[in-house]
Ligand binder design. Structure first.
Ligand code: SAH
Ligand code: MG
Length: 197
């Protein structure tokens, strides 16, 4: 398994697949163990790197991961099989905004897909969070661009940074959720429901 993980890191580097940073996945795996997380939903599988590592964090973990890009989906399936996690990781080939989930409550929802749609993902999938569950979002620093908009030439890129910044504001001002921002890797947020007592 370790060898396959290294191969995935290599593949990601060569093909420019934005897999999660090591510190960040280590943080999430630790969280999974410490909080007895069992059901995980991941938005954005890419080649399965984070899904496989999350599944490997503890024996009882089940991951459903959604990917809309066919090539990546195929690569993800292949990697999940190779690593022996076919039973634990369910890969769904669909646009996450079109997926129909029924009657499931996830202990952890990991948002790591199109950065411009974070708020939409959050608003859609919060209904599938267990009462004590958390929504973790990756890339809130967007490779260091967040907070440095004036240094970006590309209008497109500035647009994405704008969206991430407004997602951060959305989390900070949220009535339902409290969010902790964690300055590791490319920036993570951990959102949990506020107590209603
Ligand atoms: N979680 C992965 C990296 C994901 S990269 C890891 O750390 O190993 C982001 C992925 O999200 C890309 O492969 C992209 O195709 C996918 N994606 C973007 N928007 C999506 C959407 N709306 N639905 C499903 N997948 C999406
Ligand atoms: Mg990411």
């Amino acid at each position: 398994m370790k060898q396959y993980i290294l191969e995935m890191e290599q593949y990601a580097k060569e093909k420019n697949v934005p897999i999660i940073e090591k510190d960040s996945i280590a943080y999430i795996m630790k969280y999974i163990k410490a909080n007895n997380v069992k059901n995980i939903l991941e938005i954005g599988s890419a080649i399965g790197y984070s899904a496989i590592l999350m599944a490997s964090a503890s024996k009882e973990v089940k991951v459903t991961t959604i990917e809309r890009d066919e090539l990546r989906y195929m690569e993800c399936l292949k990697n999940v099989k190779k690593c022996g996690f076919d039973k634990e990781v369910n890969v769904v080939f669909q646009d996450a905004l079109e997926v129909n989930l029924k009657g499931v409550a996830y202990d952890l929802i990991f948002i790591d897909a199109a950065k411009g749609q974070y708020k939409k993902f959050f608003e859609k999938f919060k209904y599938f969070l267990s009462p004590t569950g958390v929504i973790i979002t990756d890339n809130l620093k967007f490779h260091g661009y967040v907070g440095k908009k004036d240094t970006i030439d590309s209008k497109n890129l500035r647009g994405i940074v704008d969206k991430i910044e407004s997602y951060v504001e959305f989390l900070k001002n949220n009535d339902e959720f409290t969010t902790e921002f964690i300055d590791i890797g490319d920036g993570l947020s951990v959102s949990r429901r506020k107590n209603e007592n």
